[in-house]
Design a protein around this ligand. Sequence first.
Ligand SMILES: Nc1ncnc2c1ncn2[C@@H]1O[C@H](COP(=O)(O)OP(=O)(O)OP(=O)(O)O)[C@@H](O)[C@H]1O
Ligand SMILES: [Zn+2]
Length: 741
Amino acid sequence: MRVNARVLIDGPSELVFDYAIPVGLDVKPGCRVRVPLRKKSSIGTVLSVVSADQFEFAVRELEALIDPEPLITPVLLKTADWIANYYGCSIESVIRSVLPESVRTEEHSARTRRIAILAKAVDPVTMERLEKRAPRQHAILTLLGAATDQQLPVADLGEGNSASLKSLEKAGWIRLEIEEIRRDPDADGVEEILESKPLDLNEEQQRALDEVLSAVADPEHAKPLLLLGVTGSGKTEVYLQAARRALDLGKTVLVLVPEISLTPQTVRRFKARFAAMQQEVAVLHSNLSQGERFDEWHRIRKGIARIVIGARSAVFAPLPDLGLILVDEEHENSYKQDVVPRYHGRDVAVLRAAFEPCAVVLGSATPSLESWHNCESGKYQLVRLNQRADGQSMPLVRVVDMRLGSGKHKGAPAILSDKLRTALEQRLEKGEQSILFLNRRGFARSLQCHACGHVCQCPHCAVALTYHRTDERLICHVCGYQSIVPRKCPECRDPGIAMQGYGTQRVEEVLSKVLPQAKFARIDADTMRRKNALRDTLNAFKAHKTDVLIGTQMIAKGLHFPNVTLVGILNADLGLHVPDFRAGERTFQLLTQVAGRAGRGDLAGEVIVQTFTPHSPSIQYARRHDFDGYSEQEMEFRSQFSFPPYAHCAVLTARSTHERRAEFTLQTLHHRLAENTPAGIVLGEVLPSPLVRSHGQFRFQITLRSMRARPLTRHVQAVLAKTTLPDDVTVVFDMDALNFS
Ligand SMILES: Nc1ncnc2c1ncn2[C@@H]1O[C@H](COP(=O)(O)OP(=O)(O)OP(=O)(O)O)[C@@H](O)[C@H]1O
Ligand SMILES: [Zn+2]
């Protein structure tokens, strides 16, 4: 049987062609090859090897095989194929995510240097002779003899030595070799990390570890594990010990975190536990240089780096002998990619684990309802940690109804209730620390005219501009548009234009007046632009150089400060009133996570939640740290309306600078989607997106729901394939969408 290679050509346009495989060449899927394309030669990746018998026309032969062994393992190729089908995107787009550009193209290569190695001990007589007749050779041998491992880079042996080196090599005293050197992302050695020792696990942790280890031992028969552990229950310690055991068994370990830059403490705890095997740990940041990425990728592929920590895209790390995947904070939305391919890192991790097979653990104090549902239906296995690790109690949460105080300060809402203010003062007196959380950066939300009600809006996006005090500017938080602050209302010329709402910057200003003796630090997207700003601010807080940390959701994740005894949530309602059926779930998660930052040391913690809707279930259940209670009532609502996790929900969006064309295109698609709709698919109406205009483009959307995912994706793909879209309209399909704006 003749076979062809189906090859994805590397380049800006996604081209896939078949090429005949020359006799005697062992071409496997996942290898890169050199192929003729038009008059040039190009690089491509072999997607599959297909029978050539059904081809009536002759195809060209491929020119050469670049990698004798596949760059993409069979499991990852299978995963890529699944992603393309499930999310309705091209296999090309997925391969581009699986193989980083620096590895795929031939522009990058390993960095090398020449080294000289002493081949055998040189006797004193020879040395003496050389000293007189060939002082350079003598000097080289002396240097090598004193060096560690008796080897040195040629560059370190001084210039103009090539003749001497050659003579020494010829005489058999030394060997000259080429060595690959790693471009080490940590080379500038920012901070030294001390090795941490494993802790004695409590009973719950031990049981959880045993479950993970039995899955590592027999992954074929194990289900994905959902580790539901309250905040501070010691999930990380379980991860660390499970990882250690998997490594001891000769397996490799993959750790996924929501965002590397926002989880510095988690990353550091892994680095500290595995400090003795530093070379075997790879941290995949988004800010690695291409060369560093190339090196880390090959170190992982060769099995040198055996434990990989990274965000979403690290799920494609080419670890051989994968034994365990850990997905920390599995409920985080940042696991879903919001550009093509729109995959969910957690779901892909579960799938890869099944293909490998290997164990997979999803951990959270507030699991997504999707994962919770998978436990209820028996797809996943639930493991719980109900107690805080070293016996501390969960913090006491008080809810303050801000509606009562709102009459006093007409216009400007009170930022700080009396309760929270008193609590802050008490902490300062006792030398304890506090965290204040507000999920909105900037100074004030918006500028509104009291006379005509006009709100200053972004001209490109349908959102109000946010006032930023430090630069005296109005900034759009969607597209970054900036404008000056008007002195009069641009609409009616009234000078009574004023701030509505408030952000973190305003909180800092007000608080410095109320508590002049306290030292504040602020963490949000505005203050954290500088490299290492987050790390430095957190370190200063840890060393108690600051008393109060004010921040947005950037401080909600994984922070552990034993001296923090008070957490204040300034406006718990901010995420609640957005047009998204997950608004309540997100608010519950965020409040529970933020509240969990309090009382993590020997001192008891207190949380004060300020809200205008004190009876909302998200707030009431978070107050009691009651995931079961929250999920029970929320799941009932989801089931009643067939929302996820009881159905898959996808969004089809059309956007264009021409409003009518975007709407018309989507209506045409709607019309076609409504013909022969497979049973079980619920097709929504064409509606303006909640964010009707963004970056100057008008947006319309259709929501689709279905019990089964594949028929939905297939139906939409079929309709898109036979519809010619106008050039100036972009249509986007998002399966299992998390963002409905
Ligand atoms: N068995 C143990 N004995 C004593 N202390 C422990 C034990 N396990 C964990 N700890 C400590 O308890 C604290 C909280 O643990 P950890 O941060 O791992 O919890 P977590 O569940 O990951 O928390 P979160 O979800 O809130 O980030 C840490 O200081 C950790 O060192
Ligand atoms: Zn904008």
